[in-house]
Structures are given as C-alpha cells and as structure tokens.
Design a protein around this ligand. Structure first.
Ligand SMILES: *Cc1c(COP(=O)(O)O)cnc(C)c1O
Length: 241
C-alpha cells in the first residue's frame, strides 16, 4: 500500500512538472497553455498504474495496441474514477483490428494510408458512427517510420476527409529519436503541412499530435496541440532534462 502511495505521489508531482513545462513552451510559442493537451501513454504499464495515474490527475491515455487497449478498458470498466476518462489509439492499426478500436477511443492518431482511412470509414459506417482521426505523416522521411509521405497527404487529404465514417481533425507525426534539431524540423514541417492542407481543403485540422518524452517541449514550441508522453509520466528512472 505504501509503495502504491509513493508511486501515486511520484505520478502527481511528475505530472505537475510536465504540465508546467508544457505551459512554458506554449507561452514561448505565443499560445495559451490551455491550447495544448497531453496524453499519458500507458502502453508499458498495467491497469493498476493507469488507475493511480488517474488519481494523480491524468484524464487522457494513449495505447498503441488494440488488444492491450481492450484489456485495459475491460479491467477498468467498473472503476467509478475512470468515468469520462479518454483513451486514444496512437499505434499502428492493422485492418483486422479496426473493430477492436472504433467506438472505444476518442481519437485514432495513426491513419497511415488512404487504404486504412477507407477501411476505418467503412467499418464505422457499418456501425453507424463517425470516428475522429488524425493523418499520420512521415515528415522526417525515415524509412523506419510509418505514415503518409507529405506528398501523399497533399494529394489524398481531401478524399480522405470526404469519407463518411471518419472526421479528419488533424495530423500526427513522430520525430527522429535523439536529435533535437531534426525533431524541431519535423515538428515545424508538420505545422507547415497543416497550414498548407488547411488552405487546400478548407478543413480546420486543429489537432497536431506530436512530441514524446524526449522532445515534447520542442514540439510545443513548434505548434503541437497534443503531446503523447509515456516514459516521462510513468517511469521513475526517467530524468526530465
Ligand atoms: C510509446 C509512444 C509514445 C510515448 O513515447 P515516450 O518516449 O515513452 O514518451 C508516443 N507516441 C507513440 C506513437 C508511441 O508508440
């Protein structure tokens, strides 16, 4: 029990420090702190830790595997404290797993191809729902990263946005690890692409999902509206820089 309280205390003070840093970075970019949201990425922890994080103040979580998402939602379904808590799908989504995700998450961050957009739309239509989604763009061009190329986003955004079962509300990207300058270029590239796509399509594209534990302050400086934080939230061994 006392270990649990210690961990909850860690989660609470870490959250305050993270939100303070997000707020400062938002002000540096000329924005209000309230314009930037944060997801606690719970993929490496169990439902017990999610509940402690909820008690520590987190109200939005991100998962990257449909099966794990389902497992956590089931384990936490009867917890009154979890009422109204948001889960997002942030990871690679295979077509045969779409039905495990739609209707359960607030936002799918990882629409990485026109094919996937169509498949999600079709399955949502069959269920009579409309899913909020982000287009995942491989801004940095690394071969290891999934996502639409910026050119695919330019040529395909309008058609994807017209699909009846999805609402395209913004863009998502991942920056190269361990290189702050490359990360900054990736995030500013996402912001510029969003501007261009807004002009081209008339879509508001309000959400820019970018920034992880190692680079979230840079991401917010460059316009992120939603950071996705795993290690810095949950890992007591992770030192905030
Ligand atoms: C794991 C993960 C994160 C969080 O990464 P950290 O470096 O632990 O903050 C963010 N986004 C995606 C897509 C992830 O898979």
């Amino acid at each position: 029990m006392s270990d649990e309280r210690d961990y909850e205390g860690f989660l609470r003070s870490r959250r305050e420090e993270i939100l303070e840093r997000v707020a400062e970075a938002a002000r540096r970019s000329g924005r209000e702190p309230g314009e930037v949201g944060a997801l606690a990425v719970s993929k490496t922890v169990g439902p017990e830790e999610v509940l402690l994080a909820r008690r520590a103040g987190w109200d939005a979580f991100g998962e990257n595997r449909p099966q794990e998402l389902g497992r956590k939602l089931a384990a936490l379904a009867d917890e009154p404290e979890m009422a109204g808590v948001r889960f997002d799908m942030i990871g690679n989504l295979q077509k045969n797993k779409i039905n495990q995700v739609i209707g359960r998450v607030s936002l799918i961050h990882s629409i990485s191809s026109a094919h996937l957009a169509e498949a999600v739309s079709t399955r949502c239509e069959a269920r009579g729902i409309v899913a909020d989604v982000l287009l995942e763009v491989n801004v940095s061009g690394e071969a290891s990263k999934s996502g639409l190329s910026p050119d695919e986003a330019r040529s395909g955004a309008e058609a994807m946005a017209a699909l009846p079962g999805i609402r395209v509300v913004g863009l998502m990207t991942m920056a190269p690890a361990g290189d702050a300058d490359a990360a900054r270029r990736t995030f500013s590239g996402l912001r510029e692409l969003a501007c261009e796509l807004r002009a081209r399509t008339g879509l508001p594209l309000e959400t820019l999902s970018c920034g992880m534990s190692d680079d979230f302050e840079v991401a917010v400086e460059e316009g992120s509206t939603l950071v996705r934080l795993g290690r810095c939230v949950f890992d007591q061994g992770y030192a905030l820089m």
